[in-house]
Design a protein around this ligand. Sequence first.
Ligand code: PLP
Length: 481
Amino acid sequence: MKNPSKSFPEKGVEASSLIPDMQEIKSADAPWRNGKMFGYIYYPGDEAAKVAEEAYQLFCCENTLNPSLFASLRRFENETVQMLSDLLNGGSDAAGSFTSGGTESILMAVKTARDKALADNPDITSPAIVIPGSAHPAFLKAAHYLNVKVIQTPVRDDRRADVEAMSRAVTPDTILLVGSAPCFPHGVIDPITEIGELALGQKILFHVDACMGGMLLPFAQQLGYPVPPFDFRVPGVTSISADIHKYGYSPKGASVILYASRALRKHQFFVHTDWPGGLYGSPSFLGTRGGGHVAAAWAVINHLGRDGYLVRAKHVMETSGKLQKEINSIPGLKVISNPDLSVFAFTSDTIDIFEVGDVLSEQGWFLDRIQFPNALHVTVAYQNTGQADNLLSALKQAVATVKGKRISSASSHFLVSFVKGMSRVLPEKWFRKISSVASGLTTGKDNDKHGMGAAMYGITASIDNRKNVHDLVLDVLDRMY
Ligand SMILES: Cc1ncc(COP(=O)(O)O)c(C=O)c1O
């Protein structure tokens, strides 16, 4: 049977029609340039973006796989790592690598910890990492790929890592402790100093995930915001991940993984010497790597400099502070915990917060949905900083709309409890069928175009059998790609 999807083109298409076609296709994407999308995009402003684009284009054909052929890229890569190490107070022996993003940086940190532990300690049979429940899923993904066990410990009421619980979870097989600065869901920084003490006491490596905060916290601190110690100045910290494609404002595909010492970094490298294709040495996960990301990251950092980042950090921190304060004053809404930076979530005990999200979406606002508890998630980046007042008035209106929409709320709640109930009694096979219909809702034309609708989120958050939710998400992925 012929595959009904797009077949391979017989003839090439002229750029003069191809590019307009792509622009047309792109026009259906979520618009973000208006600053109404609070997540996913970190835009430094037109001038700096142009610098990044030009730098990217200049090196878009080059390959960092062979650094001796492209000395320019090796220099940009090394200097980018050094600049980040300087920013995060790496000592004279600190070393690191440029990676494609936070997930790769974290994958490398876990691999390094595993390989060092296995090299140093033959008694370790089942290496395990101890992470707070709020740590990014990239740690679970890394552990899954690397055959490492994960012990997730509960967070405290303020959503920060519970160091006592982490301490109790440590065993002779523990190879790495993790803390976030800040964590994605609620934007709070874990007690890095205390985890560092635990790591030192137990002689375990300690990774700080500063993917989100690595290029914002140092500037917030310089601006006088109370930033707890989180970088290499904290005794016990042995590695840090920091994304340049987040608050470093470079195009996607740029992060660094930093280590306290070069000896530690050596465990990250991969070498194969017996291949007919030649001697193969690779510093990080990818093989061939595009030059564009590296060149653009180097260019943006040099173009903005400390003063450029300070200006952006000031706007971001002020906007985030204002939004949090005002959201807390809207009856029925509350910001979760006491977020340290520009990432936070808010919830409600009285109205369906996902319905509020849906009403906002209808008006062109985008806030991510998170769970446990159900909440809307806000990441404030530079391009959002002019939109605080508009978002607040849209939010007040959305809350009023949802309060006045008792009937639709009730039906949404009915749907949630119906599916929740069914998930307990239906055989697995039946539930999969239902879940695939439900996942059709999320990709269907009639649904919320840029995200799942309230009912769908409510369903996934309230189903007790997480295996069913797991299957549902698998179905969604299968349909999307
Ligand atoms: C705290 C934290 N760590 C890691 C990551 C993963 O980064 P990436 O999506 O670049 O792989 C994220 C992404 O949002 C994050 O917020």
